[in-house]
Design a protein around this ligand. Structure first.
Ligand code: SAM
Length: 165
């Protein structure tokens, strides 16, 4: 798996869910969902899903989709996402993986979402190329990014390979 420089300290997923989701990433995920419509057969891939807020919001807003897959490379975040996984009338899957090297076939998704994740991948070209590959022709990508400023210290993560260090 490619080293993206984003690693989490112990207990980070629980703190992330308790502090960051209600104040930052939850509202940001809501903004994304305000701007897109998910069709009843749309297969959705939520990249860098973290503790799974996007999927939880989708299940509140939509009774039917073609299924949602949440992907993240961090064990702790995925464990939390699974433990909070909502009930839905469509399939919800959680899988571990790297945005820059997706283990999905070509054209498997109508919609790719990514909230506050793309800023962490070092090879943006590889990431976007993978996103385009797994989307069907004419598929959609909606994302929100945080700026990773020099000197920014995140309480919940470390950037061992950050270009800013
Ligand atoms: C700030 S959190 C955002 C989580 C979630 N999207 C949300 O809105 O709460 C960033 C997430 O990106 C994940 N991540 C970073 N680089 C990744 C990569 N290359 N592939 C998959 N996930 C990655 C981290 O493990 C972390 O869970």
């Amino acid at each position: 798996m490619a080293q993206t420089g984003y690693q989490l300290a112990e207990g980070a997923a629980e703190r992330y869910e308790r502090i960051n989701v209600p104040t930052m990433s939850g509202p940001a995920a809501e903004r994304i969902l305000e701007h897109i419509n998910i069709g009843a057969t749309d297969r959705v891939l939520d990249l860098a899903c973290g503790t799974g807020i996007m999927t939880r919001l989708i299940t509140k807003k939509y009774e039917k989709t073609g299924g949602v897959t949440g992907l993240d490379f961090n064990d702790g975040m995925l464990k939390m996402a699974r433990s909070l996984s909502p009930k839905a009338d469509f399939s919800i899957e959680w899988c571990q993986g790297d945005i820059c090297d997706l283990a999905f076939g070509d054209g498997q998704y109508e919609l790719v979402l990514c909230n506050h994740g793309l800023q962490f991948i070092p090879d943006k070209a590889a990431g976007f190329s993978e996103i385009i590959r797994v989307l069907v022709p004419g598929g959609r990508l909606a994302f929100k990014c945080l700026e990773c400023r020099a000197g920014l210290k995140c309480r919940h993560c470390r950037f061992p390979t950050s270009p800013h260090q």
